[in-house]
Design a binder for this molecule. Structure first.
Ligand SMILES: [Ca+2]
Ligand SMILES: [Ca+2]
Ligand SMILES: [Ca+2]
Length: 500
């Protein structure tokens, strides 16, 4: 039974300096229907309430200022079939005008799902910048040559596209499975682009499994984010133009270090097929990032037309790729001597100031519950990893999960996107005898250091969350059980003293 709404959804219009008008539209329906009178100031259509499609149509018609659409937790499935339509009435959600922010409640709970009828969002060339915040974009599917086959999740050709705390997952296209961007500036921040696919269409080779950026006029930024599990073409590198993860083509010329057109920082590029990052005529600066397990290559460069461009890589891990570096057919590469690790000696690294031919000893890709709505997954170093404390300095004050760099008493930074957390000055936790059964409710136990469960069975009962932050995997003794709703978070690494 459909929920009925007694209050007609309205739009809040705020005067800004008497000239610009900013509208805030509050979506309160998860089903898909149009606004029957765009531009009247009300998000309202054929059904009671305000749908996402109706809110976008209304924002498209309100041309006087930046607009915000608030999208509460819910599964928003597009059901009005009709791809190839560009006014927002059917198929994908077309954003036509101005600056727009779609604000969700969290990437795990606010889900926009195209249900396979088209891509999810189409940012038209007539629009300005679009910000997607705390959302999931999924279920998009397009195929074809040119724009019709580009951007399974998001096709963006406006001025800018800014992803913040957003997941783009399981979309499909010919180019740019997750995102295809051909505008001015694009930024992926605190976000994840995962499990997207591009495949050939009628002789058109696929490209850019996760994110494809073509001829950006301004900066391309990937920060504190994960590009993982994306796939380009069925047959490896031969069937794919560019990368499975991130492909960048034809960046704007005329800028040189330190204003290189592409910046990747504190990010993870993992398990993309065939390649991780592919630069075709784009200078780039990668810092404190982890590129691993991309079977067709970690980092490749096709060409660099601008002689002022270079590829600068610092404090990063390239491991388990085939190869870690390559092909290297253009530009000046600066990896050697910049505190990087490779596993196969393809990056030209230098002994003593780098870690060539070295196993970084990383855990598999995992989600470590980072604070503050961050959605990215990462590879954490195992105990004894050589990447820990290998960089004498780092440029970024925090790691992918937002924890401060460096950690502990020593001043060195760790290589890669994750800084291993330290327990300096924290109490160890002895569970044996310390926690009898039937503890009073509401208690939160936090500790950092060494967890000792001893030989006896320990039962934690009727308490609140138990959070234990340890540098190393926790080995329990004969028995440790948590009952009656206590939420035991046995994190491999995290530090109780950190306040987000
Ligand atoms: Ca309206
Ligand atoms: Ca469209
Ligand atoms: Ca459409």
């Amino acid at each position: 039974m459909r929920e009925r709404f007694l209050v007609v959804a309205s739009v809040t219009v705020l005067a800004l300096g008497g000239s610009a008008l900013a509208a805030t539209l509050d979506v309160n329906r998860t089903d898909d229907f149009i606004d029957t009178n765009p531009g009247d100031g009300f998000c309202a259509g054929s059904l009671p309430g305000c749908s996402l499609r109706a809110a976008i149509m209304e924002a498209n018609a309100l041309t006087l200022g930046p607009d915000t659409i608030n999208l509460p937790a819910g599964h928003y499935v597009l059901t009005l079939a009709g791809a190839g339509e560009d006014l927002g009435l059917t198929g994908d959600l077309d954003i036509l005008e101005g600056e727009l922010t779609i604000e969700g409640d969290g990437a795990e709970v606010t889900i926009i799902d195209a249900g396979g009828i088209d891509r999810v969002i189409d940012v038209r060339p007539t629009s300005a910048s679009v910000t997607l915040n705390k959302l999931k974009i999924t279920g998009g599917q397009v195929a074809g040559a040119g724009g019709s086959g580009s951007g399974g999740g998001v096709l963006a050709r406006g001025t800018g596209l800014f992803l913040d705390k957003t997941i783009v997952d399981r979309n499909r296209a010919t180019r740019g499975g997750g995102i295809y961007f051909a505008g001015a500036a694009v930024s992926v921040s605190l976000s994840a682009v995962t499990n997207n696919v591009v495949e050939a269409f009628d002789g058109v080779a696929p490209s850019g499994g996760g994110l494809e950026v073509e001829s950006p006029a301004e900066a391309v930024s990937v920060g504190f984010s994960t590009i993982a599990g994306n796939r380009c073409g069925p047959g490896g590198a031969a069937g794919c133009e560019g990368a499975g993860g991130v492909s960048l083509t034809g960046c704007f010329p005329g800028v040189t270090w330190p204003s290189l057109p592409v910046r990747v920082i504190n990010s993870t590029v993992s398990g993309n097929t065939p390649r991780g990052v592919w630069l075709d005529d784009c200078g780039a600066w990668l810092e404190s990032s982890t590129l691993v397990d991309n079977p067709g290559g970690g980092l490749g460069v096709a060409a660099m037309a601008d002689p002022g461009w270079l590829l600068l890589v610092e404090y990063s891990i390239l491991s388990g790729n085939g190869p870690d570096c390559g092909p290297q057919t253009g530009g000046t590469w600066l990896l050697a001597g910049n505190r990087n690790l490779d596993s196969d000696a393809t990056c030209g690294l230098v002994e003593s100031v780098d870690l060539p031919s070295t196993d970084p000893m990383l855990h598999p890709l995992g989600h470590f519950d980072p604070p503050g709505d961050r959605v990215a997954s990462s590879h954490h170093p195992k105990p004894g990893s050589p990447v820990v404390d290998f960089a004498f300095v780092g440029l970024s004050p925090s790691d992918q999960d937002g924890y401060p760099r460096p950690q502990g008493a020593r001043p060195e930074y760790d290589l890669g996107s994750i800084e291993v957390l330290r327990c300096d000055g924290e109490e160890d936790l002895l569970l044996e005898n310390a926690l009898p059964g039937a503890t009073a409710g509401g208690t939160t136990i936090e500790a950092c250091g060494t967890l000792t469960t001893g030989g006896a069975f320990v039962t934690v009962q009727n308490i609140g969350p138990v959070r234990f932050w340890a540098r190393e995997a926790i080995a329990f003794g004969n028995g440790f059980t948590v009952v009656d709703g206590a939420d035991f978070v046995a994190a491999l690494v995290r530090w109780a003293g950190y306040v987000p």
